[in-house]
Design a protein around this ligand. Sequence first.
Ligand code: NAD
Length: 238
Amino acid sequence: MKTVLITGGSRGIGRAMVELFSKNGYAVAFTYKNSENEAKSLAESTGTLAIRADSAKEEDVLRAVDTAVKSLGKIDCLINNAGISAFSLFTDISLEDWNEMLSTNLTGVFLYSKAVIPGMVSRKYGRIINVTSMWGLVGSSCEVHYSTAKAGLIGMTKALAKELGPSGITVNAIAPGVINTDMNKAISSEDMAALIDETPLMRIGEPSDVASAALFLASDEASFITGDVLNVSGGYVI
Ligand code: NAD
């Protein structure tokens, strides 16, 4: 049975991934930071393993990977999904805000990848999928720290894909557009209508749209794809 570790799986896109991968025969472990009740009920309803771990803390990441390996036996696929966003003028971003953004959205991916890669290399098989953002491709005004972290993740994806290809490990990214999750709940209905208007497919995305892309990149059918950034934005960014 194929196994997957999904970070930030308690809600939104990560939750849709937990549901889709478990339905498709994967043994799944997922992490969450705070949402204890949601995580536990998701784990119960899907028969998956919930692990409380802050992606920005090395000791939490090492414990999460160790717990997942003990329970699943191995990690075939790592999905680095956990992330935060923030909306702020560049000059209002404090060093603390900057560090929090980079440590969760970028350093967390470094820590998880570093912890799972030795096992993948020894088995000569692995899939790493990083959830970046269309703003990492084109930049977003008032989200410079978010765009920076997500652009960094694209660089990490491409460089790591080159380094790990000879070991049978693919590394890809998914760049979602506007997706219907808590992350966007502060967007006003007027702003949301404007975003939809600028999207060729005339809707925002659902978490399941991103989960399906991840299921494909994890599959055998995607075995010759590495270092790619799959755009799941309804055409907002082309
Ligand atoms: P969300 O806020 O609904 O969920 C984020 C998840 O990440 C939660 O499960 C949360 O517990 C987890 N998380 C946050 N900080 C964490 C930490 N320090 N340690 C462990 N877990 C942590 O958001 P979402 O929309 O589901 O976002 C998932 C990913 O998709 C993020 O990386 C986000 O940047 C990316 N993304 C989202 C959108 C969108 O429009 N929603 C667009 C592009 C990219």
